[in-house]
Design a binder for this molecule. Structure first.
Ligand code: 8IG
Length: 272
């Protein structure tokens, strides 16, 4: 019987296609741009190449409105390269944890030692309303699964690099830090579930990031996590949640947070 391809082998195959199509042998930083963050790509440097995701092994076009389905190589001022993963697979798409981790594994196979993961999320902190940017200090993985397979005992003590958080604070000393909880989604939480997450220590609730962080740590990448609060989580403010409002909050904050992220990336690229 033919031997099945491992996730690492698939990532290697994807990385080879990216190196070939971009002409960039090694990428340095992986960048995943969640709701509201897409504008940063244009600010960090020159786009060398953009490849439709479905042309790279293991990737499929994104189904979510507001999420683009391509992978770009961007040359930073230093001459280093960022790989922008505009084709995040969310756990709720039901394609399995291998699909969720594939982008990060591919970036690692491309040479990236740093992963910058961004998202839009709900807040359980009254003072952190829509438009607030929060540095992820730690996470709670409520998906009841892992992207790792077998006896892979990865340490997550400092999953969100203290060094990278310090660099972000050099750009904006007032950036708050919080704990991000990933729910499986795709439904938003009930008020009772948000209350539970709050009691467990979650400041932010969302549907991404924790599984990608685990995969990045397996690959020994340093992780910076940044959340944009687009809404108070269910039950933490009057009224209901809808995806259009979430997208609108992302649009409104877009230019400001893209500039912030570009400045953070420039400093990380200088110091790391
Ligand atoms: I944007 O309130 C965004 N994503 N789980 N809850 C969850 N995910 C989110 C939310 C939210 N807002």
């Amino acid at each position: 019987m033919e031997k099945l391809e491992t996730p690492a082998e698939l990532a290697q195959r994807a990385a080879a296609v990216i190196a070939d199509r971009t002409g960039v042998a090694t990428h340095d930083i992986a960048l995943t741009l969640g709701s509201g963050w897409a504008g940063a790509a244009e600010l960090i440097g020159e786009t060398v190449a953009t490849i439709p995701a479905q042309e790279i092994p293991g990737f499929a076009a994104s189904a979510v409105a507001g999420h683009s389905g391509s992978i770009s190589s961007i040359r930073l001022a230093s001459g280093h390269h960022a790989l922008v993963l505009g084709a995040r697979t969310h756990y709720y798409e039901g394609k399995g944890v291998r699909a969720v981790a594939h982008g990060i594994r591919t970036a690692a196979a491309c040479g990236a030692r740093t992963a910058i993961l961004t998202n839009g999320c709900g807040s359980t902190v009254a003072q952190w309303g829509p438009g607030t940017v929060v540095l992820i200090r730690d996470h709670i993985n409520l998906t009841a699964t892992s992207p790792l397979e077998g006896a892979t005992f990865v340490d997550l003590t400092d999953a969100y690099s203290p060094t990278l958080r310090n660099i972000a604070h050099e750009i904006d000393p007032d950036l708050p830090e919080g704990v991000y909880a990933q729910f499986p989604g795709p439904h938003y939480e009930t008020p009772a579930e948000v209350k539970m997450a709050r009691i467990l220590g979650a400041d932010l609730v969302g549907m991404s990031t924790t599984l990608e962080t685990i995969a990045a740590r397996e690959a020994e990448m340093s992780v910076l996590g940044l959340s944009l609060v687009t809404n108070h989580a269910a039950g933490f403010a009057p009224g209901n949640l809808n995806h259009a409002e979430v997208l609108e909050a992302g649009r409104a904050a877009g230019p400001r947070i893209s500039k912030l992220l570009a400045a953070i990336i420039a400093l990380i690229d200088e110091e790391c």
